[in-house]
Design a protein around this ligand. Structure first.
Ligand code: NAP
Length: 343
């Protein structure tokens, strides 16, 4: 598996990371029930092929994702890199320390390779005690956790340029920023991506396959499960959306179909073209995919090893450009630009 480094070469991640949001899920959870034996097989196979970055968060299935990952890794923890995230409302000093220790317990480990603030603090609800933590306090607490050996590197997620500047002003080293990136969500290219590249902050991309929409599985949007139609691509008439906009459904579908057709022409699967395109972006350190079956893992591993020709890359750039232009600069996939949490 190809690897990329960031943060002055201190962090090395595989091109493909395993998104663990579905792990430990039940039928009450976002991704529905996830079979524990399949999770164990997935984790073992991912380690075998060098896809050894596992991305989780305290909020995923209310801690059950971390627990399932910890169980699946078992004695092979040493071969893995684990990234977890703390909610912005848990970022006061005492709360973050408690939350980090709880994550470590659930993951059955004594350190996290990456600990990230899940969303910018300025949009967070107040934490326990009704207090809003400051970014300074949050990052200094992460520094303490780093000094104590409980975390190896500090990261953020969904931070825009303004928020990154504020973070860098604290003097704390930010190793990565986890952001949405793929052919259907290129908005970070306007400002955040160049800023991260300039400051050697790695980018971990999420939803590169747009929750399975950018694969060969769906030919139209009528059969999509409702939890996958909540982003700004979809009309606010769909349940669960909160952006209040018209959405970009026709253009999104047109883009998906054009990628599917180009991939078919090249003898590739759609996810292969989509993942290969995203990881070839030089500022990208790692692309995540939530994978729930061995078939998906094998297909995605093959995909990131694919090298596109210049002509193929240019064609995918062109296919996805109208959606990039229509979408605009706002990076938050779920909120309207006026209420974007990423600034
Ligand atoms: N930092 C953040 O705010 C943030 C936000 C979102 C996600 N994330 C992270 O990013 C990870 C990935 O995001 P995500 O899981 O939401 O979306 P995703 O990776 O775009 O989509 C995952 C889904 O795509 C389908 N899939 C994956 N590979 C496939 C293949 N080869 N062929 C067909 N279908 C395939 C599977 O659907 P089925 O389930 O139907 O099989 C899978 O559950 C998460 O697990 C999480 O770790 C972070």
């Amino acid at each position: 598996m190809k690897r990329r480094t960031c943060a002055g070469g201190k962090v090395s991640l595989p091109a493909l990371g395993l998104g663990c949001w579905s792990f430990g899920g039940t039928d009450q959870d976002y991704w529905g029930p996830q079979d524990e034996r399949e999770t164990e097989r997935l984790v073992a196979r991912a380690l075998e092929v060098g896809c050894n970055y596992f991305d989780t968060a305290e909020i995923y299935n209310d801690g059950a994702s971390e627990e399932a990952l910890g169980r699946a890794l078992g004695k092979r923890r040493g071969e893995a890199l684990i990234g977890s995230k703390v909610l912005p409302s848990h970022c006061t000093r005492t709360e973050m320390i408690t939350r980090c220790e709880a994550s470590l317990r659930r993951l059955r480990t004594d350190f996290l390779d990456l600990y990230m603030i899940h969303w910018p603090l300025d949009t967070a609800a107040p934490g326990p005690g009704g207090r809003h933590p400051s970014l300074q306090e949050a990052l200094e607490t992460m520094e303490t956790l780093k000094r104590q050996g409980k975390i190896r590197h500090i990261g953020v997620s969904n931070f825009g340029v303004m928020q990154l500047k504020e973070a860098l002003d604290t003097g704390v080293e930010i190793a990565v920023n986890e952001l949405p990136y793929g052919l259907l969500c290129r908005a970070i290219e306007w400002e955040i991506l160049p800023f991260c590249r300039e400051h050697d902050i790695g980018i971990i991309a999420y939803m590169t396959l747009m929750q399975g929409i950018l694969t060969d599985r769906f030919q139209d949007f009528d059969t999509l499960p409702p939890n996958r139609t909540r982003t700004r691509h979809f009309s606010s008439r769909r349940s669960g959306t909160r952006h209040g906009e018209e959405g970009l459904e026709a253009l999104t579908l047109e883009t998906v179909r054009a990628v599917q057709s180009a991939a078919r022409e090249w003898g590739m699967r759609t996810e292969q073209a989509a993942l290969a395109w995203a990881i070839e972006e030089p500022a990208m350190t790692c692309c995540l995919a939530g994978m729930r079956t061995m078939e998906q893992l094998e297909a995605n591993v093959r995909a990131v090893e694919t090298v596109l020709t210049d002509a193929q890359r240019r064609r995918l750039d062109e296919i996805s450009r109208p959606l990039l232009e229509a979408w605009g600069r706002s990076v938050d996939l779920w909120e309207s630009p006026a209420r974007s949490r990423t600034r």
